[in-house]
Design a protein around this ligand. Structure first.
Ligand code: HGY
Ligand code: MN
Ligand code: MN
Ligand code: MN
Length: 401
């Protein structure tokens, strides 16, 4: 039997980003393929049967695949310079929960699978939850095949490198038809559990989330030889756009807008950029609010009259089925853990994508720093163990224990 922390220690050296700190683990790159091998070995040694679907998601079955499967898991990829827990804690906790169930002699009365979704962060191809979107058909497969990473490699080429058939990327109704419900455990990305002094919580909802890329065009020129009045510098409207995004979000209660990435082209220190690409991440309690906020921000970009926007994705808000935690299992969780708060999450998750097709539930584990998508992200060993125990309780209850 392993605890989640012991399992995370096993992958602690994979994908360390010495330049930016934290981890950079992106889909179908050698580091991520090494994580897939780790998961496959860890699941196989627990008697699970591992197979990949044609979208690059990994499935580890306890018993035969079949209808109404109970599924748990998360993702192993990270944002650039990300933390150790966002994603891997859900995968490690699923393995630890299987350990606990097997050690107690439990066998599920329905198909049970652990899943590792591909490219949840969108760290390589720019679209979050790419693996679960492809599985559920909530992204056009041809559009997905043409997505390119910063080096110009397409998803089709990267998928082929990983041994997949690029032509097969897309909705998998046969597999979807077997899925009964999905329970995802995740490190909390925020302060809810800190503020409520609880080790484990249950998700109530996931914010709507949109991503867009804007290109501001100007005129490349020499930084020393060009007078200010002779310039068409795209970095100025790009800078105004960043401030406009913040102002638009302030006007919508609970909304967030972030510009975490600006890429001037060609990117020389002594060169006035000829264009500047700006990526916007905008979130609000509903997709309607998110789109309204975008309209505000686009208006600011349109002022620059030189931008072209490209929608990368918009995911609707989703609601986590707390039904998995309202029955006797909740009493059991409260008995063993004390309070188990129900709280919203500003972070997106594969559970939010699957929620459009099957009931989903989410468990959160306290993150004492409240920080995520950065090396400071953290979860105490005891809280991780409590989370895996809670997950085992839910799985036992949902699979006939
Ligand atoms: O971006 C998100 O919200 C998630 O962590 N992928
Ligand atoms: Mn995550
Ligand atoms: Mn994340
Ligand atoms: Mn020169």
């Amino acid at each position: 039997m392993s605890t989640p922390s012991e399992l995370l220690d096993q992958i602690g050296d994979i994908g360390t980003d010495h330049g930016r700190g934290g981890y950079s683990r992106h889909v179908f790159q050698p580091v991520e393929l090494e994580l897939r091998e780790w998961f496959t070995a860890a699941a196989t040694e627990r008697g699970l049967t591992v197979s990949g679907d044609h979208n690059g998601n990994l499935w580890a079955w306890w018993g035969e695949p079949g209808p109404n499967a109970l599924v748990t898991g998360s993702h192993l990829d990270s944002v650039p310079g990300g933390g150790a827990f966002d994603g891997p804690l859900g995968v490690a906790s699923a393995l630890a929960a299987v350990d606990e169930l097997r050690a107690s002699g439990f066998t599920p009365n329905r198909p049970l699978a652990l899943v590792v979704f591909a490219e949840e962060e969108g760290g390589r191809f720019g679209v979050p939850c790419l693996g679960s979107r492809l599985l559920t058909g909530s992204i056009d497969a041809d559009h997905a095949r043409r997505l390119r990473d910063p080096d110009g490699v397409s998803l089709a080429e990267a998928a082929a490198y990983a041994g997949l058939d690029p032509a097969a990327l897309g909705a998998d109704e046969r597999l979807l038809g077997n899925l009964g419900c999905f329970i995802e455990l995740h490190v909390e990305q925020g302060r809810g559990l800190i503020d409520q002094s609880a080790a484990v919580g249950v998700a109530s909802s996931i914010l709507a989330h949109g991503r867009w890329r804007f290109r501001f065009t100007g005129e490349g020129n020499h930084a020393g030889a060009t007078l200010l009045e002779d310039r068409k510098d795209p970095m100025l409207p790009a800078a105004r756009f960043v401030l406009a995004a913040r102002e638009a979000a302030r006007a919508v209660p609970g909304a967030r807008a972030t510009v975490g990435r600006i890429v001037p082209n060609p990117g020389g220190t002594n060169v006035i950029a000829s264009s500047a690409d700006v990526w916007l991440d905008a979130r609000a309690s509903t997709a309607e609010d998110t789109r309204a906020m975008l309209a505000e921000i686009e208006a600011a970009a349109a002022d620059a009259a030189t931008s072209e926007g490209c929608t990368l994705n918009v995911s609707e808000e989703s609601y986590s089925d707390t039904v998995y935690f309202d029955t006797g299992v909740r009493d059991e969780l409260v008995r063993t853990l004390g309070d188990v708060p129900v709280l919203p999450t500003g972070a997106g998750h594969d559970a939010g994508i699957l929620a459009a097709r099957i009931p989903t539930g989410m468990l959160f584990v306290r993150n004492p720093t409240g920080i995520s998508h950065a090396p400071e992200e953290f979860a105490e060993r005891d809280d991780c163990t409590a989370g895996a125990r809670a997950l085992a309780t839910v799985l036992r209850e949902q699979a006939g224990g």
